[in-house]
Write a protein that binds this ligand. Structure first.
Ligand code: SF4
Length: 352
């Protein structure tokens, strides 16, 4: 149990010997100013000392390493959890926004064919505090660099909707307590249909990104095994329901793999599927990032010409597509490359 595991009631209970306004000061200090309790000058020094020594007020993450690339615009953090397991987050500075990509599990059980985290296998779910603390840590770092964290993507290690309870609670915390805009928060899923339905019931109008990668069941089941449980037709129904309830556009993630899902037929199937939603899903094309696991299975990104051709085919078929710029590839921080490793360790990688 760490500092960010406690919600307002938990903090109120933990500080039951103190007046309520001390809880407000504590919450403001840790969620708005990203301070440790000991650094909150409004709190009396006796309380600060007490909190510094209490086990339930300690951080959950210990930074092991950080690796910087893209001339300082991308930083990958490797954190140890209290039980020694490791997870990664990636902080990215852009011209108009600052984004953190966070993990929701240590490892992943989904076994997607092209993914380094999938190669690791599942270790355990992250708790609320471990998820929230990744966002706070990134916000603190961005602030110290004169920037403001404004976007959060749940696209790091793990399948967020396989860890639904803590992930949903973390979403409430970062939106309602930390004050991030729900419109700037995106959750990426391989298509856990009960999780999408549960998310649709929450008062959280966040963006949903579906890691599709194939638009027919045969190919998708080969690339993304969970498709055998929740085939495309059932997944699309859940997406349409989310769209109708939340009125937030859905995006499809498509890791482009040479000779696997980059043909004209693939583009036609994808466009047809994107247009079953209204408005049509936006497609994010992600040239496959190199990973030992993926390359070992013969999976490579198409050439630039082929990527542009695929993107143009989608446009001609009436579907908006963006080719995602690769960030942090040399530090294994790009999409599909999070596996608790560095390029020196391996070229392992995780997914999208
Ligand atoms: S792509 Fe996502 S869901 Fe699939 S194995 Fe990798 S981390 Fe898990």
């Amino acid at each position: 149990m760490g500092l960010y595991d406690l919600d307002r009631d938990g903090l109120t209970n933990a500080l039951s010997d103190y007046p309520k306004y001390r809880v407000n000061q504590l919450i403001h200090g840790i969620y708005a100013n990203f301070l440790s309790p000991q650094e909150i000058s409004e709190l009396p020094s006796a309380l600060r000392q007490e909190l510094a020594s209490r086990e339930d007020f300690q951080p959950s993450l210990r930074e092991d390493t950080r690796r910087v690339s893209d001339r300082g615009l991308t930083t990958k953090y490797l954190f140890s959890l209290s039980d020694g397991r490791q997870i990664e987050s990636v902080l990215m500075y852009g011209p108009k926004s600052t984004t953190v990509c966070i993990s929701s599990q240590a490892g992943c059980a989904m076994a997607c064919k092209f993914c380094a985290t999938g190669d690791l296998g599942f270790s355990r779910h992250l708790g609320v505090g471990e998820i929230v603390e990744q966002v706070i840590t990134a916000a603190r770092e961005a602030k110290s660099n004169g920037s403001r964290l404004d976007h959060v993507v749940y696209m790091g290690m793990g399948e967020p909707l396989a860890n639904c309870g803590p992930v949903i609670e973390s979403l409430h915390r970062i939106i309602e307590v930390m004050g991030l805009s729900a419109r700037k928060v995106t959750l990426s899923t391989v298509g856990i249909v009960p999780g999408i339905k549960r998310l649709a019931k929450e008062e959280l109008a966040i963006n949903l990104a579906v890691s599709l990668h194939a638009a027919n069941d045969d190919l998708r089941s080969a690339l993304v095994p969970i498709n055998k449980t929740y085939p495309i037709a059932i997944l699309m129904e859940a997406c349409a329901h989310y769209l109708s309830v939340k009125n937030r556009r859905i995006s499809f993630e498509w890791a482009l793999m040479s000779g696997v899902n980059d043909s004209e037929q693939d583009a036609k199937e994808l466009a047809k599927l994107a247009k079953t939603l209204y408005p049509a899903a936006h497609v994010n094309l992600i040239p496959l990032n190199p990973t030992t696991g993926a390359m070992g299975k013969g999976l490579l990104a198409p050439s630039k010409e082929k990527i542009n051709l695929f993107s143009s085919m989608l446009s001609e078929l009436g579907v908006n597509a963006t080719v995602r710029r690769t960030r942090g590839q040399e530090i294994a921080a790009a999409c599909g490359q999070l596996a608790g490793s560095t390029p020196e360790d391996s070229l392992h990688s995780k997914n999208l």
